[in-house]
Design a protein around this ligand. Structure first.
Ligand code: BES
Ligand code: ZN
Ligand code: ZN
Length: 491
């Protein structure tokens, strides 16, 4: 979408829809063009302005769209940081106008809590995120998009705005890229398809690519990954992409993604209807791919490897069976207690790969790992699990700045007992069954982390996709975590 910054006065805007910001109960003190239609409206609706509440007013040949920002004094709070509110506020404007207007003038609100760059970035993100809709991709008939240009109306064109808009667009384009990969159905988004996409990113961004096929991974000692892969007729890949943005810094980051392109549950097949959304079980891999793409495009001064463990979890004659024992790349033996707990099994090898082969010492993995995290946190918060309290805090704070919500779980030694194996070192399902399920999953992955390294596991099972559309975002994958990963690299 074309985004332009303008400093025109309110009464000279020519777009066919003009978006006006209104704080809750601001009434007639809202900045609107002089016209009695507005006076009437605010007299009749003095409380108007709840966050993302909308009202259209048609005046002569222009349409005005009032959108609420909520209470002014609450616009920035830990419960609802200003950045996310502004992003989604712009998203509401664009999503509503996509098929109704040709051009949009968005009058930006005056905000003390954000600088010009943050405002530009939030608006660019909101605009682009609102534009993508997976439902348009495969329907033979869908409403035509009419919106082609958005102008942002500001009082003074401070320099930070342009910079922010540019960054926001780069980040949003990659977030939408990840969303699209995730939304593709599993018959199209196979491990082969994913690998082709990684190759394109590697070429476009000049990143170093390492690919292990299933048999290469097995020969290298990745018995855990290979065991999950063995149940699928599709080829599977352990993939690493490297970006070096700071040759003087020895720190190597790793973003590790669960890339199960379809999770049937294995022999303990998921009952209907729990299987139907399992094309999304590769959102972690898609999101780390997007993150490294952004890091390269922004030229961030950091060194990073993105590791993606990509396979289906299926049930052919070679599929893993309960009781199977394999040796993981981290050196520990793994016993399969449950064939549906495959994510942690492939991640165990993936995090070992990041450390052993790429020297990563700051590791963040993203995985749609457990249904249990949805029971605990619902769909607004991502679960955070870490072996380093400061690192964990940094991530939660980074998320707050860019409007992504995280909640920390305990990871004390008392939980170690849960994942002890009966015959092997560790078991991929926690004991007792159904207790602290998300922590058991995290504890299992932690077994692959060398003690000296800092690690965070993000369980995005509840946040990786929306099952219903939002006013600022279509149904489907959300790209959760990408903004926060970039914010972490920015330091
Ligand atoms: N991919 C699922 C987790 C999941 C469930 C993600 C629902 C998103 C929505 C994962 O592989 C899984 O099946 N986990 C099991 C683990 C259990 C068998 C220990 C679960 O959560 O039930
Ligand atoms: Zn599973
Ligand atoms: Zn899974």
């Amino acid at each position: 979408m074309k985004l332009q910054l303008v400093t025109k006065p309110l009464n000279s805007l020519t777009a066919d829809t003009v978006v006006l910001p209104v704080f809750e109960e601001q009434g007639t003190s809202a900045v609107v063009p002089k016209n009695e239609a507005f006076t009437h409206f605010f007299k009749a609706n003095p409380k108007f302005g709840k966050l993302n509440e909308t009202q259209s007013l048609f005046l002569k040949d222009q349409n005005y769209l009032l959108i609420g920002l909520g209470k002014k004094e609450k616009f920035n709070s830990p419960q609802g940081p200003a950045f996310a509110k502004l992003q989604n506020w712009a998203g509401v404007a664009v999503k509503q106008s996509l098929t109704k207007s040709k051009s949009l003038s968005i009058v930006l609100p005056q905000l003390e809590s954000l600088n010009a760059e943050q405002i530009g970035q939030a608006i660019a993100l909101g605009t682009e995120i609102a534009e993508y809709d997976p439902v348009r991709q495969f329907k033979s008939e869908s409403e035509k998009l009419t919106l082609t240009a958005v102008e942002l109306v500001v009082e003074r064109a401070e320099r930070g705005f342009q910079e922010g808009i540019k960054k926001g667009q780069i980040i949003a384009t990659s977030i939408n890229y990840a969303r699209n990969l995730s939304d593709l159905p599993a018959n199209i988004m196979t491990p082969n398809y994913f690998l082709e996409e990684v190759k394109k990113v590697a070429k476009e961004c000049k990143l170093k690519l390492t690919v292990l096929t299933e048999s290469q991974a097995r020969r290298k000692g990745m018995g855990a990954f290979a065991l999950v892969a063995s149940g699928s007729d599709e080829p599977s890949y352990m993939i690493a992409l490297e970006y070096s943005g700071n040759l003087r810094d020895k720190t190597k980051w790793a973003f590790v993604g669960k890339g199960i392109t379809f999770d049937s549950g294995g022999l303990y097949a998921k009952p209907s209807p729990h299987m139907n959304e399992m094309k999304y079980d590769m959102c972690g891999a898609a999101n780390v791919l997007a993150a490294i793409k952004i890091a390269a495009k922004l030229g961030l001064r950091a060194n990073l490897v993105a590791v993606m463990a990509v396979t289906e979890n299926m049930i052919n004659g070679k599929a893993m069976k309960p009781g199977d024992i394999v040796k993981s790349y981290c050196g520990k033996t793994v016993e399969i207690g449950h064939t549906d707990a495959e994510g942690r099994v492939v991640l165990l090898d993936a995090v070992a790969f990041a450390q052993k082969d790429f020297g990563a010492s700051k590791i963040i993995d993203l995985a749609t790992l457990t249904g249990s995290v949805i029971s605990t946190l619902g769909t607004h918060f991502t679960g955070v699990f870490s072996n380093n309290a400061n690192f964990e805090k940094e991530l939660i704070n980074a998320g707050e700045r860019v409007g992504e919500k995280f909640w920390g779980f305990p990871m004390g030694e008392e939980f170690n007992e849960m994942i002890k194996g009966e015959f092997a070192d560790i078991m991929n399902v926690g004991k007792p069954d159904r207790e602290a399920g998300s922590i058991a999953g995290a504890k299992f992955i932690e077994e692959g982390i060398e003690g000296k390294n800092s690690w965070i596991h993000l369980d995005i099972a509840g946040t990786a996709w929306d099952s219903k559309p939002k006013s600022f975002r279509a149904i489907g994958a959300t790209g959760v975590g990408i903004k926060t990963l970039i914010e972490m690299l920015n330091g």
